[in-house]
Design a protein around this ligand. Structure first.
Ligand code: ZN
Length: 156
């Protein structure tokens, strides 16, 4: 496994729509392992492939309950609302208030290309929405209510 370089806001790769993954390959398996390692090293709760420069529909998430790998994720239903602080590994040290659904259901494929459904509430719902936005070339900063503020490292 290897750490990948996290692309920062301003890098054009973060504004592009990502392509679907049609089959698992050794290259994508390595990418998944590298993305998990990179996310943990950066102490993030999620990372999308475009954040390491790869325009594929792949995200990894870990809100503290273990790693989740979502391939071609698609939110199929959402309800409720939560407003809270959000940050991004592509904009380190910053945060902003974003309103998201409080509950989402998404379908995706796992690392064995088996179809799965994932249900997320609160932080997991927020993370799924945030990472799916990356696959469409969007950053949370587009949806921030009010100012983007500095976040002390121990909170970010
Ligand atoms: Zn992000």
């Amino acid at each position: 496994m290897a750490l990948r370089t996290i692309r920062l806001q301003g890098d054009p790769v973060l504004t592009k729509k990502c392509r679907e993954i049609t089959q698992m390959t050794p290259k994508i398996q390595i990418l998944i392992e590298d993305m998990l390692e990179t996310m943990y090293e950066a102490e993030g709760v999620g990372l999308a492939a475009p954040q390491v420069g790869i325009l594929k529909r792949l995200v990894v998430i870990d809100i503290g309950d273990g790693p989740l790998v979502l391939i071609n994720p698609e939110i199929i239903s959402s309800d409720g609302e939560q407003t809270g602080s959000e940050g991004c590994l592509s904009l380190p040290g910053k945060g902003g208030q974003v309103t998201r659904p409080n509950h989402v259901i998404a379908k995706a494929y796992d690392e064995n290309m088996n179809e799965m459904t994932i249900e997320g509430k609160e932080l997991l719902a927020r993370a799924i929405c945030h990472e799916c936005d990356h696959l469409e070339g969007h950053m949370y900063t587009e949806f921030v209510e009010g100012e983007i503020y500095d976040v002390p490292p121990e909170e970010g």
